[in-house]
Design a protein around this ligand. Structure first.
Ligand code: ADP
Ligand code: MG
Length: 153
């Protein structure tokens, strides 16, 4: 299932994160697609706030992964940008298949680690603060999250 809409501000993108945050269960995975500055990390910030993580989400580019354990569900935020062309043996799958929800920026660089079921959220610059956002699921359970977004946006 797939739904496309426009976010006209960073607040609206954070709101999308806050809307879907309570719908995740352990081992859920969200692949985040989009260029630099598209709003991927901003979206994760909205998720973190809704999970009551109590910490600002910063880009994990230089750490590859940041973990947030203080919220209602563990949140794992991976930025695979620097893993392009690397032989990935980092143990990331322990987190991806683990007890929390995982958001992955630049997921194409760690495709072997994708689970069978996932959500894809793609963000595209449309000029100014406008972003076209597409959310797509590949299994019935995650379809419900897309439906929720469809009803709200
Ligand atoms: N509609 C929008 N959604 C998300 N971010 C936006 C939007 N409009 C402007 N911005 C700005 O764009 C930047 C997005 O940065 P960031 O979330 O770090 O992107 P990415 O992680 O995709 O590189 C932020 O400075 C944010 O304030
Ligand atoms: Mg980012």
């Amino acid at each position: 299932m797939k739904f496309t809409f426009t976010s006209s501000s960073k607040e609206q993108t954070r709101k999308l994160g806050a809307l879907i945050a309570p719908l995740f269960v352990p081992a859920d995975v969200v692949l985040l697609e989009g260029d630099l500055g598209a709003g991927k990390t901003t979206l994760v910030g909205g998720v973190a706030e809704a999970l009551k993580v109590n910490e600002d989400v910063i880009s994990p580019t230089f750490n590859i992964m940041k973990c947030y354990f203080k919220g209602t569900l563990p949140l794992y935020h991976i930025d695979a940008y620097r893993l392009e062309g690397q032989n990935i043996e980092l143990g990331l799958e322990e987190f991806i298949e683990g007890n929390g929800v995982t958001f992955i920026e630049w997921p194409q660089y760690i495709e072997p680690l994708w689970p069978d079921e996932y959500l894809v959220i793609s963000l595209t610059h449309k000029g100014g603060d406008s972003r076209e956002i597409t959310i797509e699921s590949n299994c019935p359970r995650l379809d419900k999250i897309v439906e929720t977004v469809k009803e709200a946006f």
